[in-house]
Ligand binder design. Structure first.
Ligand code: TYM
Length: 340
């Protein structure tokens, strides 16, 4: 079967951008693909000096949100990245094939490095290579991600191509009948691939924005959701519309409504096109709460059942280790490491 792999970093709370941009597609793709969904805890420490207690809590919470959102442990392998040592080892092997110039061009690196200044860690630069290792270990055909990760996916493709051309030449192909690594494709949703901030419709919703009011978290209470939407940025135009470049907030909030209700754009416009913000905001609030409340209910059940999450993660890690070690063995072999 074809494979998918994806992951979310356990830093801060999972928000509607993560959910609509990525996790909803995890749920969809698990039906037809051999699915691997990890919580990428090794990626969560690149800022340097993280809080260990928070990392542990956030790793569990993130895995529980995958399950609460509909990822099924019967259909998909849910695991923690650091439980599969092959990720770190392949990262090293890829590091030595990846030109540093490729990494310095990454937009996310440039933005984060600018903020971190002198203190920027080697890990921050190397982040996309670890992500490439995550994906390539599973020979993933598809990688469900939001639009902000597309550049990292391109880099992953480039790294796979480079390893194939450096170490997977004629001799390898003859012996193995194929490439060393598989070149994956990104899978981004038409709507929800880029959910914007509640306080600025031109900036993406993000975990790292210090303003809590800029995002809605999957685990926010109805009160918090209502408060954030009450205060969120709007505009002074008449009526509501999609796609007007002068109205990024209108586009974002209507899209959020569309995603929460499952309606088409036409249906949303028929229903809300002539509303004023004062009418639309409570309407949107109800839709967001109605969409999130069953997820929150399941989340609570999962967290309340002793041993359940640990059990799912253990089984997930066993399957992941098996698949990942096969690929790692091939790469080591192709690069000339003595096998044991
Ligand atoms: P992370 O943890 O920042 O985000 C997790 C997923 O959520 C998507 N996303 C968004 N989608 C729509 N609108 C937004 N505002 C928004 N914000 C975030 C991200 O695109 C992502 O799909 N590098 C990755 C984690 C990672 C990974 C991987 C992903 C590590 N290894 C292997 C896929 C495959 C990241 O930082 O995601």
């Amino acid at each position: 079967a074809l494979r998918v792999l994806s992951g979310v970093q356990p830093t801060g709370s999972i928000h509607l951008g993560n959910y609509f941009g990525a996790i909803k597609n995890y749920v969809k793709l698990q039906e037809d693909y051999d699915a691997f969904y990890c919580v990428v805890d090794l990626h969560a420490i690149t800022a340097g000096g993280h809080d260990p207690t928070a990392l542990e809590a956030s790793t569990r919470t993130s895995a529980a949100i995958y399950l609460a959102a509909g990822v099924s442990p019967e259909k998909a392998n849910v695991f923690v990245q650091s439980h599969v040592p092959a990720h770190s080892e392949l990262c090293w092997l890829l590091n030595c094939a990846a030109p540093i110039g490729w990494l310095e061009k990454m937009i996310q690196f440039k933005e984060k490095a600018r903020k971190a200044g002198e203190e920027v860690s080697v890990g921050l630069l190397d982040y996309p290579v670890l992500m490439a290792a995550d994906i390539l270990l599973y020979k993933a055909d598809l990688v469900p991600v939001g639009e902000d990760q597309r550049q990292h996916l391109e880099l992953t493709r480039d790294i796979a191509g480079r390893v194939n051309s450096l170490y997977g030449g004629k001799k390898w192909k003859k012996r193995k009948g194929g490439d060393v690594l598989m070149v994956p494709e990104a899978f981004t949703p038409k709507e929800g691939g880029r959910v914007m901030s509640l306080t600025d419709g031109t900036a993406k919703m993000s975990k790292s924005n210090p303003a809590e009011g800029s995002r809605i978290n999957v685990l926010d209470t109805p009160d918090e959701i209502a408060k954030k939407l009450k205060r969120c940025k709007t505009d002074a135009f008449e009526g509501l519309e999609f796609g007007n470049p002068e109205r990024p907030e209108a586009n974002n909030l209507l899209t959020m409504y569309q995603l929460c209700t499952g309606l088409t754009q036409e249906e949303v416009l028929a229903e809300c096109g002539s509303m004023r913000w004062g009418d639309f905001k409570p309407h949107l609030t109800d839709a967001v709460i109605a969409h999130l409340s069953p997820i929150q209910g399941r989340y609570k059940e999962i967290m309340d059942e002793p041993g359940y999450l640990e059990d799912v993660l253990k089984r997930g890690a066993e399957n992941a280790n098996e698949v990942a070690n096969l690929t790692l063995r091939d790469v080591r072999d192709a690069m000339g490491f003595v096998q044991y």
